[in-house]
Write a protein that binds this ligand. Structure first.
Ligand code: MF3
Ligand code: CO
Ligand code: CO
Length: 271
């Protein structure tokens, strides 16, 4: 940004970034994605989520970057690790993973002031058939949402693409949490809903940066937050999954900043 290119914000309060800003988001997104690649081989039965989080914190520091979550609203960890019926914001702990556990690891890093935010699913040991279906549907719902990202479409188009796909598989989209604008800040307008109606909501423009991060439950959509004030779980104790990418709207579509360098984003396609 300079005098010739002042920061522009839409009437919905969504910041429009410059073409040159995509490089900063790419660098931040790629670091977060590479860290998620590097922890994959460590997700095995017997390892604690706290040990995985420490590994992630060490990698952020080794890269000369900063964790966006440490110190965020009092949060103390470099990742959120959400196991089985935990929907999101699971706190790393000394609890050991068991054979068959599925988990989301969510990492946000700051590189040169740019935020890269991504999460994906992992499996400790043997993956049960039901869990595999949930993970596949959740991943594919994110990619359908991303396919709706192009100038002229609306945020409602993104949510509609995700919701209709998930519900066609008789699963539920969580409505208590949403994606968000990001860039030079962690959480900015708009709220990116994972449900919606075609043509509704703000119109997408080149230079918008945001996350899409659908949470999908095998049972009902309702969640509740535990007494630790972070951990969100399914009310009916059903399994939950989530995938998250940080993306930017380009002149003719979308750039995904958080693509996996090792092509490890999806845990079950590689098995
Ligand atoms: N990375 C999460 C997101 O997708 C936010 C985590 S905030 C924390 O927006 F404090 F819980 F880490
Ligand atoms: Co996010
Ligand atoms: Co995240």
């Amino acid at each position: 940004m300079n005098d010739l290119h002042p920061a522009r914000t839409t009437k919905d309060g969504i910041r429009i970034y410059d073409p040159a800003d995509f490089a900063g988001m790419h660098a931040a997104g790629q670091l977060a994605a590479r860290i998620l690649d590097e922890v994959a081989s460590h997700v095995v039965p017997g390892v604690t989520t706290g040990a995985l989080d420490q590994m992630i914190e060490d990698k952020v520091n080794a890269a000369g970057a900063k964790s966006a979550t440490i110190g965020y609203k009092g949060y103390k960890h470099a990742s959120c690790i959400s196991v089985n019926h935990v929907v999101c914001h699971g706190i790393p702990s000394d609890k050991k993973l068991k054979d068959g556990d599925i988990l989301n690891i969510d990492v946000t890093v700051i590189v040169d002031g740019w935020f890269g935010d991504t999460s994906r699913m992992y499996v400790a040991g043997k993956l049960a058939r039901k869990a595999e279906r949930l993970i596949n549907v959740t991943h594919d719902s994110l990619m359908r949402g991303i396919a709706a990202v192009k100038p002229g479409n609306t945020f409602g188009d993104i949510g509609h693409a995700i919701q209709t796909f998930v519900e066609s598989h008789r699963m539920s989209v969580v409505t208590d949490f949403c994606g968000h604008g990001l860039g030079r800040v962690f959480h900015a307008p708009p709220n990116v809903l994972h449900y919606g109606k075609p043509g509704v909501g703000a119109v997408l423009e080149p230079g918008m940066f945001f996350t899409i991060e659908p949470m999908v439950n095998l049972g009902r959509a309702e969640t509740k937050t535990l007494a630790d004030d972070w951990t969100a779980v399914t009310r009916d104790k059903s399994l939950s999954a989530q995938f998250e990418h940080s993306v930017g709207v380009t002149e003719d579509g979308v750039e995904i900043f958080t693509l996996s360098p090792g092509d490890l984003f999806h845990p079950t396609y590689e098995r």
